[in-house]
Design a protein around this ligand. Structure first.
Ligand SMILES: C[S@@+](CC[C@H](N)C(=O)[O-])C[C@H]1O[C@@H](n2cnc3c(N)ncnc32)[C@H](O)[C@@H]1O
Length: 221
């Protein structure tokens, strides 16, 4: 048995995913009012992301269940003790990663979110899941909050905030990624500059698209 598949976490995740499905972004009036072009522009923007995500502050926008399971497996499989996450939202991905740390014997997860109401919800969910002791939620723009006081080595990085910032956030963390560290970038197709950074064979990664919307990369030595 694992922390992921037993109470209190398993029923909590069932509820959070069900609530997320009921609040689907597709049915959201803010997003429905945007043309496909404007939506893509905002998703990829390096300047308008704060306003875009403020409009979506009541939506959980979580990773898929499959990606959650992948995060747990990768973190368990590499024996992760130090994890950094860009984009906490309600904490659904954070719960999967913290569960892996618990089952690895402990560790430190630093996650970042700039919407204050989302920080409150994530903290409540991590408390309900019995995992808050493993997690440091840094409130503010991750360009600042992940620029200081990171662990000397990082075992896993999840990129799931503003897509246009993926290369910038990676540059804050990259020198600390240990050989064999994993990077999971959700919705990476909306970050072409990021894909151009991790995909070339000489870039120092093995990298591949995975499932519908994830780029999975492993840092080489
Ligand atoms: C797709 S959601 C994250 C979902 C979360 N990883 C999960 O699976 O439960 C993206 C989140 O990143 C936050 N965000 C976007 N850009 C950010 C930035 N520059 N700094 C901090 N948070 C950011 C948004 O407010 C939003 O809550």
């Amino acid at each position: 048995m694992t922390t992921l598949t037993t109470a209190p976490l398993a029923p909590l995740l069932d509820r959070l995913f069900a609530e997320a499905a009921a609040a689907s972004p597709a049915a959201n009036p803010v997003l429905a009012a945007l043309s496909a072009e404007e939506r893509t522009r905002l998703m990829r923007s390096k300047t308008d992301y704060r306003d875009f995500y403020a409009r979506l502050k009541d939506l959980p926008l979580p990773i898929s269940r499959n990606t959650g399971a992948l995060l747990y497996m990768l973190a368990r499989g590499c024996g992760a003790r130090t994890i950094v996450e860009f984009g906490t939202s309600f904490g659904i991905s954070t719960l999967h990663l913290a569960a892996a740390l618990r089952d690895n014997g402990g560790g430190r997860l630093i996650t970042s979110e700039f919407e204050p109401s989302k920080v409150v919800r994530a903290r409540a969910n991590l408390t309900a899941g019995g995992l808050i002791d493993l997690v440091e939620i840094r409130e503010g723009d991750a360009l600042q909050t992940l620029g200081v006081d990171l662990p000397a080595t990082i075992d896993l990085l999840l990129l799931d905030g503003a897509k246009g910032l993926y290369p910038d956030i990676l540059s804050l963390v990259e020198s600390r990624l240990r050989p064999g560290a994993f990077i999971v970038a959700d919705n990476a197709d909306d970050s072409p500059d990021y894909l151009a950074h991790v995909r070339p064979p000489a870039a120092g990664y093995v990298s591949t698209p995975f499932a519908a919307d994830v780029e999975l990369s492993m840092r080489l030595g």
